[in-house]
Design a protein around this ligand. Structure first.
Ligand code: BES
Ligand code: ZN
Ligand code: ZN
Length: 458
C-alpha cells in the first residue's frame, strides 16, 4: 500500500498502519517532499510504501512521488492500495497517475508484464465508480498516445497510424474515424502534405476523427503533426539523435489519445481530430530546398529547408480543419528543435492569436502539471517567414526565434478571427530517461493538458 505522508505527520496515520512500521523507520522518515521508503511488513499488505508529501500540499509534487512509488514496485505487483485519506478531492487525478506510472514499451519476446490490474482506495468516503471510470479513460488516452509515439517507423507508418486511429474509434462508442489516402489527397489538392510525402514509399494519410455530444455547444478542432519518421529529407539530419525522429508523430498520437479520452468521458463538446500523416524521406523523388509547392489553401510555400516539413503538413491539416468551421483550433506538433533548446523536456511552447485561449491553456497547464509557456507573435516575427517568390517560406531567420517562426508560418493557414493555440511539444513529447509518472521515450505529453482544458469548457 502506498501511503502519502505530510512532513512531520507520520504519527497521524491510523494505528493499524503505524503499528506495522518499525521504530527506526519512524525516526528516519520525515515526510519531506520526494522522500520514499518501502517497508516490508508481515501483514496481508505485504509492503507499505511511505511517500513524503512535504510541508505544504502541492498536487504536482504528490503526483511525482506517487509516480515514483508506483514505478519502484517490483514487476510482479499487480494490485496496489492507495491510502488517500485527505486526498479525496484529487482522487481522479491521482488514479490517472497511478495507471500511467508503470507503463512500459517493449517488443521483447519475454516481455515482463507490469500492469496494475487492481487499485484499492482507502479514503474517508467511498469513491464513486465514476472516478474509476473517468480516470481510466484519461489514462487510456495517455497510454494510446505513448504506444503510438514509441512504435518505430517500420511498425508505425502513416497507414498503420491511420489503422490504429480507426481501431480506437471502433472500440469507443461515439467516436468515428475517416481516412483519406493518396487518391483523395491528390484530388483535394493537399499539395503541401503530398510534397513532403513524395520522397517516401509510404502512402500519406489524412486521419479525421470526430466526436459529437448531443448537447455540444462548441466545436473544437485539434490538429496533430503525424510525421512517422523525420529523416530531414534532402536536408538530411545528422546521425546522432536521428533515431529519435520516430517520435515525430507525437502530436498526432496525442490527438488520437485525447479523442479516445473525451469520448469515454462523454464531454459535452464537438471535437474534430485531424492528423496529416507522412514520412519525411530523401530520395530521387523527394522535394528539394528551393522548391515551391502549392498548399491546399492555395498559398504557395517556398521550401527553404526540407526538414521544416511539420509546418507544411500542418498547413494542409489546418486548412482542412477550416471546413468544419470550428470555434477554435488547437494544434500540437514536435515542430522545432528550438522549442527543446528554449524549454528542455519540461514544458511546451505556446503561441496563439487569442488572449483568452492562451490564458486558458496556461491555466490548464498549471492544473494538469503539463506546463506551457507563451511566446509572442507579432508583425516583426511575421516578416521572418516572408518569401520573395512565394506566399510564405517554411524557414525563419536561421536559428533565430525558431519556435515563433514555425508559428508565424502556421498562422497563415488559420482564419483571422478563429482563436488558435499552437503547442510546440518537441521537448516534453520525448524523455531520454523516465521521470516519475513519465516513461522513457514517448510520454503522451499533452493528453492530460488537453483533457483538462476541454473539461474546463463545460
Ligand atoms: N521534427 C523536427 C523537430 C524536432 C527536433 C522534434 C528535435 C523533436 C526533437 C522538425 O521537423 C525539424 O526538423 N525542425 C527543424 C526546423 C528548421 C529546419 C527550421 C529544426 O528544428 O531544426
Ligand atoms: Zn524536420
Ligand atoms: Zn519533424
Amino acid at each position: 500500500m502506498i501511503v502519502g505522508v505530510a512532513q512531520g505527520k507520520l504519527n497521524l496515520l491510523p494505528i493499524h498502519i503505524l503499528d506495522l512500521i518499525p521504530e527506526s523507520v519512524k525516526q528516519e522518515f520525515s515526510g519531506e517532499a520526494g522522500q520514499l521508503k518501502i517497508v516490508f511488513v508481515n501483514s496481508p499488505l505485504e509492503r507499505i510504501v511511505l511517500a513524503g508529501l512535504g510541508k505544504k500540499f502541492n498536487l504536482e509534487a504528490t503526483r511525482r512521488i506517487l509516480g515514483k512509488a508506483i514505478s519502484s514496485l517490483d514487476k510482479a505487483v499487480s494490485k496496489v492500495g492507495l491510502y488517500a485519506t485527505g486526498l479525496e478531492d484529487y482522487l481522479e487525478d491521482l488514479l490517472v497517475i497511478s495507471l500511467i506510472s508503470n507503463y512500459q514499451y517493449s517488443h521483447k519476446k519475454n516481455k515482463q508484464v507490469k500492469e496494475l490490474t487492481e487499485i484499492v482506495i482507502v479514503a474517508d468516503k467511498e469513491p464513486s465508480q465514476d472516478v474509476f471510470k473517468r480516470s481510466a479513460a484519461v489514462a487510456n488516452g495517455v497510454v494510446i498516445a505513448r504506444d503510438l509515439a514509441n512504435a518505430p517507423s517500420n511498425l508505425m507508418t502513416p497507414k498503420s497510424l491511420a489503422a490504429a486511429a480507426k481501431k480506437v474509434a471502433k472500440e469507443i462508442a461515439g467516436l468515428s474515424c475517416k481516412i483519406k489516402g493518396l487518391p483523395e489527397l491528390t484530388k483535394e489538392n493537399f499539395g503541401a502534405l503530398l510534397a513532403v510525402s513524395q520522397g517516401s514509399h509510404q502512402e500519406p494519410q489524412l486521419i479525421e476523427m470526430s466526436y459529437k455530444h448531443p448537447q455540444a455547444k462548441r466545436r473544437i478542432a485539434l490538429v496533430g503533426k503525424g510525421v512517422t519518421f523525420d529523416s530531414g529529407g534532402i536536408n538530411i539530419k545528422p546521425t546522432p539523435g536521428m533515431e529519435e525522429m520516430k517520435i515525430d508523430m507525437a502530436g498526432g498520437a496525442v490527438v488520437v489519445g485525447v479523442m479516445a479520452a473525451i469520448a469515454q468521458l462523454d464531454l459535452p463538446l464537438e471535437v474534430i481530430g485531424i492528423v496529416p500523416a507522412t514520412e519525411n524521406m530523401p530520395s530521387g523523388a523527394a522535394i528539394k530546398p528551393s522548391d515551391i509547392v502549392r498548399s491546399r489553401s492555395g498559398l504557395t510555400v517556398e521550401v527553404a529547408n526540407t526538414d521544416a516539413e511539420g509546418r507544411m503538413i500542418l498547413a494542409d491539416g489546418l486548412d482542412y480543419a477550416k471546413e468544419f468551421k470550428p470555434d477554435e483550433i488547437i494544434d500540437l506538433a514536435t515542430l522545432t528543435g528550438a522549442a527543446l533548446v528554449a524549454f528542455g523536456h519540461e514544458r511546451a511552447a505556446l503561441v496563439g492569436n487569442n488572449k483568452k485561449l492562451n490564458q486558458l491553456m496556461i491555466d490548464a497547464g498549471e492544473r494538469s502539471g503539463e506546463g506551457v509557456w507563451q511566446l509572442p507573435l507579432d508583425n516583426d516575427y511575421r516578416t521572418h517567414v516572408k518569401s520573395e517568390i512565394a506566399d510564405v517560406k517554411n524557414l525563419g531567420e536561421g536559428r533565430n526565434a525558431g519556435v515563433i517562426a514555425g508559428a508565424a508560418f502556421l498562422e497563415k493557414f488559420i482564419p483571422k478571427d478563429t482563436p488558435w493555440a499552437h503547442l510546440d511539444i518537441a521537448g516534453p513529447a520525448i524523455k531520454s530517461k523516465p521521470r516519475s509518472y513519465e516513461s522513457r521515450g514517448g510520454t503522451g505529453w499533452g493528453v492530460r493538458l488537453l483533457v483538462e482544458y476541454l473539461k474546463s469548457l463545460n
